[in-house]
Design a binder for this molecule. Structure first.
Ligand SMILES: Cc1cc2nc3c(=O)[nH]c(=O)nc-3n(C[C@H](O)[C@H](O)[C@H](O)COP(=O)(O)O)c2cc1C
Length: 212
């Protein structure tokens, strides 16, 4: 499937086939493909909670506007954005540092610079901190959707949920923001899709705030 086809095929699917599951292997392939997503300093401040269990999905559905797809989809991902994902001592930050040393893209004497650069960019305000986590995790979520499409699956992103309720119900630590939930599965048999939704034109996308 070429990229244009993936872009056109991906749709937010409201009704999933509850009888068609996703194997561990297939889910692993979706995540492995999406892991190619770029991130700030390659810090990859994202994690996923994978829900397959009906009772757990029912619990999530009650906190997500009772959207039926939360239970119908065989897999629902709670996408997590790690607001601490730039801090010295964080497991992945330190792994990233070691990998950069190994690859020769950073030298030991650049450690202070690296840590301070991340701190100054991502921790100068609570908004900057949240933006760091949410934008990177958002890119990852988009890749998950494209990866799912590329493997013949359907998906549906959702931000219609009670953020703090989900945090509490699934014991999610304070360092995480939850940018979205993502239902993944196969389309309900016989489901007719409405035509693709409108999109802004390039003229509506491009803006300028300076005088010519
Ligand atoms: C971050 C995000 C959150 C969304 N939340 C919901 C949601 O809670 N419920 C819902 O029915 N659709 C939700 N949508 C789906 C959008 O309405 C849908 O993607 C948009 O209308 C375009 O349709 P398409 O994805 O089929 O092209 C969400 C989409 C995104 C990207």
């Amino acid at each position: 499937m070429d990229f244009k086809e993936i872009l056109e095929k991906r749709r937010a699917i409201n009704f999933f086939d509850p009888d068609k599951g996703i194997s561990e292997e297939l889910l692993g392939e979706i995540i492995t493909r999406a892991a190619k997503t770029p991130s700030s300093f390659n810090l990859q401040p994202w994690n996923l909670i994978v829900l397959r269990d009906k009772e757990e999905k029912e619990r999530l559905k009650a906190l997500a506007w009772n959207q039926p797809k939360v239970v119908e989809a065989p897999v629902v991902l709670i996408v997590l954005a790690d607001k601490n994902g730039w801090q010295e001592g964080h497991l992945i930050v330190e792994k990233n540092w070691q990998e950069m040393l190994k690859a020769g893209t950073m030298k030991p004497e650049q450690r202070e610079w690296f840590l301070n650069a991340a701190k100054s960019l991502y921790n100068w305000s609570p908004e900057a901190n949240l933006a760091f986590a949410a934008k990177n995790a958002g890119f990852f979520a988009m890749s998950l959707m494209f990866a799912a499409t590329s493997l013949g699956l359907e998906s549906h992103p959702m931000d219609g949920f009670d953020h703090e309720g989900v945090r509490k119900a699934f014991n999610i630590p304070e360092n995480y923001w939850i940018p979205l939930l993502l239902a993944v599965g196969y389309r309900k048999p016989g489901l007719e899709l409405a035509s693709a939704k409108w999109r802004k034109s390039k003229e509506e996308v491009i803006v300028s705030f300076t005088q010519k």
